[in-house]
Design a protein around this ligand. Structure first.
Ligand code: GAR
Length: 217
């Protein structure tokens, strides 16, 4: 049985598109049943509809600080679509602890840094200012704290001296489009288990895989 997945977006939705495309494969234990945007002008919305996925606009702005009010409407859309798993994909609105607890272990997020480093805004600027030589992206289960929670999967890229936040973001985004579909496949297929604050998994990195940066010629 495929797990029924909702993707929540606020903008471009390139991770959404990667998830929709990957879920079309027959052996993926997940089906994207609805895309929900909290912004009417999110540029990802037509991409969902073009791929045959219903896209719902649920504007959060009119709710102001009434997070619970917005979440009640959101929950109704999730219930209508009998959603099992939520994937946040550039969804830029914070949830109440109650909503997060309700979806504990069933809601994933992607963040463009190697968490727990550089959560929050401008992760690539943070990485460049810290002078790290390797950065990347993280898929994690959502907990009430922003950009934190049990880590499902990470992917890394070398940081170059001449990188700007934009060039680093572009390279990390390519990694995001690889790891988010793989992480969803792993979680939807029952290949993860939460052990306290840590996500254990049946999959492993290839032993011997290394990324050294900078690497001497
Ligand atoms: C992605 O880089 C995602 O990792 C980031 O927003 C971008 C959305 O792009 N999310 C966060 O920073 C969460 N804190 P997309 O709309 O093209 O998928």
């Amino acid at each position: 049985m495929k797990r029924r997945v909702a993707i929540l977006i606020s903008g471009r939705g390139s991770n959404m598109t990667a998830l929709i495309e990957a879920a079309k494969e027959h052996d993926v234990p997940a089906e994207i049943v609805v895309v929900i945007s909290n912004k009417a002008d999110a540029s990802g919305l037509p991409n969902a509809r073009d791929r045959g996925v219903p896209a719902v606009i649920l504007e959060s702005k009119p709710f102001g600080n009434d997070r619970a009010g917005f979440e009640a409407e959101l929950q109704a859309v999730l219930d209508d679509n009998r959603v099992d798993l939520i994937c946040l994909a550039g969804f830029m609105r914070l949830f109440t602890a109650e909503f997060v607890q309700r979806w504990q272990g069933r809601m994933l997020n992607i963040h463009p840094s190697l968490l727990p480093s550089f959560p929050g805004l401008d992760p690539h600027g943070q990485a460049l200012r810290a002078g790290v030589k390797i950065s990347g992206a993280t898929v994690h289960f959502v907990i009430p704290e922003t950009d934190a929670g049990p880590i499902v999967m990470q992917g890394a890229v070398a940081v170059r001296d001449d990188d700007t936040p934009a060039t680093l973001a572009a390279r990390v985004l390519q990694i995001e489009h690889r790891i988010y579909p793989d992480a969803l496949r792993l979680v939807a297929g029952g290949g993860t288990r939460l052990d306290g604050g840590v996500c254990r998994t049946t999959a492993h990195g290839r032993s011997g895989d290394t990324l050294i940066s900078p690497e001497l010629a």
